[in-house]
Design a protein around this ligand. Structure first.
Ligand code: GDP
Length: 300
C-alpha cells in the first residue's frame, strides 16, 4: 500500500539506529521520540495526536515496564506498535446488524470521497456473506449520481431504490424513508443509503444529512474520508461528527500516495473507529480495517 510508505521508511530507519545500543539512555529515548515526532508531522498527522502519541512512547520507553526479553530497538518498536494500534482505534470494530432487519447503513462524506463506490463495495461484500442489500440513491443533487449508483449496483449484482427518472430533484429524506419501508417488504436485510456530498463542508449539506439520519435512524452511519486530503482530514471529520454524528469511519484511496496523516488522526480525534479501508476503484478493493494489521504494515 503506497500510503504510509515514507512514514514507514522513516520509522524503520529510526529504529535501526538503536540496534547497536545495549541499553537506552534517556538521551537516546528523547532522540528517538524526536525522530518519531518529525516523521509523524511530515506524514500530516494532526499535532494533538502527535503530542499524545510521542508523550506516551516516551513515558513507556523510560518506564520500568519495558520487556526485558527484548533488545532496546525491539522494545521501542513494540511500544510504538502498541501506541499505533491505540490511535487507530484498538480492536477491530464490526458492523452492527439490527435485531429486526433491515439493518440501515447511511454513508456520509464530501463529494469525491468515495461514497458511491463504497456503496457498491459494501453491497458486494455483504452479498458474498449471504445478505440481500438494497442500495438507495439519496444523492439527488449531483447530475449522474443516481446513474452512478445504478452502475455500481449492477456490478455488485444488487438492487437499487431510486426516484423515478425525470423526478431526480426529489426529496432525499422521503426517498430514504420510502426505501427503508420498501426493503422490509421486499426482503432486503440491509439498506445502504448513499447521500449527497459537497466539495467542502457546508451547512445545507449537513442539514440534509442530519435530516436523513433523523428520518431513518440508521444502525450505522459511516463517514467516508479520502486519505489524500491530508491536513484537512481533522477539520472535515469534526464537522461531520458535529453535523451528522457517525458511528464509524471508512478510509478511502489508501492505495494512493497519501502520507497517512488522515488515517492516523481521524479515529483519535473523533473517538470513532475506522471500520473499513478502500484501496482502489474496483469493487473488490475493500477490506475491513484491522488496527493491529495496519500498525504492523506501518512498522514492517
Ligand atoms: P462520492 O462523490 O463520495 O460518491 O465519490 P465516488 O464514489 O464517486 O468516488 C470519486 C472517485 O474516486 C471515483 O473516480 C472513484 O472511482 C474513485 N475512488 C473511490 N474510492 C477509491 C479508492 O479507494 N481508491 C482509488 N484510487 N479511487 C477511488
Amino acid at each position: 500500500m503506497a500510503t504510509f510508505g515514507t512514514l514507514s521508511d522513516r520509522l524503520t530507519a529510526t529504529f535501526s539506529a538503536l540496534r547497536t545500543k545495549g541499553k537506552l539512555s534517556p538521551a537516546d529515548v528523547d532522540g528517538t521520540v524526536r525522530e518519531i515526532r518529525k516523521a509523524l508531522l511530515d506524514a500530516d498527522v494532526a499535532l494533538p495526536v502527535v503530542k499524545d502519541f510521542t508523550a506516551a512512547v516516551r513515558e513507556r520507553a523510560l518506564g520500568d515496564e519495558v520487556n526485558k526479553a527484548l533488545n532496546p530497538a525491539q522494545q521501542v518498536v513494540q511500544i510504538v506498535n502498541d501506541e499505533l494500534i491505540g490511535i487507530l482505534g484498538g480492536q477491530q470494530r464490526r458492523l452492527q446488524f439490527a435485531k429486526n432487519p433491515p439493518t440501515v447503513i447511511m454513508l456520509a462524506g464530501l463529494q469525491g470521497a468515495g461514497k458511491t463506490t463504497l456503496a457498491g463495495k459494501l453491497a458486494q461484500w455483504l452479498k458474498a456473506d449471504g445478505h440481500t442489500p438494497l442500495l438507495v440513491a439519496c444523492d439527488l443533487q449531483r447530475p449522474n449520481a443516481v446513474q452512478q449508483l445504478q452502475v455500481v449496483a449492477e456490478q455488485a449484482g444488487v438492487a437499487v431504490f431510486a426516484p423515478e427518472p425525470g423526478n431526480g430533484v426529489g426529496d432525499p429524506v422521503r426517498v430514504a424513508k420510502d426505501a427503508v419501508k420498501h426493503a422490509a417488504t421486499a426482503l432486503h436485510d440491509v439498506v445502504i443509503v448513499d447521500t449527497a456530498g459537497r466539495l467542502g463542508v457546508d451547512a445545507e449539506l449537513m442539514k440534509q444529512a442530519g435530516d436523513i439520519r433523523k428520518a431513518i435512524d440508521p444502525d450505522e452511519v459511516l463517514f467516508v474520508i479520502d486519505a489524500m486530503i491530508g491536513q484537512d482530514a481533522v477539520a472535515t471529520a469534526k464537522a461531520f461528527q458535529e453535523g451528522v454524528d457517525f458511528t464509524g469511519v471508512v478510509l478511502s484511496k489508501l492505495d494512493g500516495d497519501a502520507r497517512g496523516g488522515a488515517a492516523l488522526s481521524v479515529a483519535s480525534v473523533t473517538g470513532r473507529p475506522i471500520m473499513f479501508a478502500s484501496t482502489g476503484e474496483g469493487l473488490g478493493d475493500f477490506e475491513p480495517f484491522y488496527p493491529d494489521r495496519m500498525a504492523s504494515r506501518i512498522l514492517d
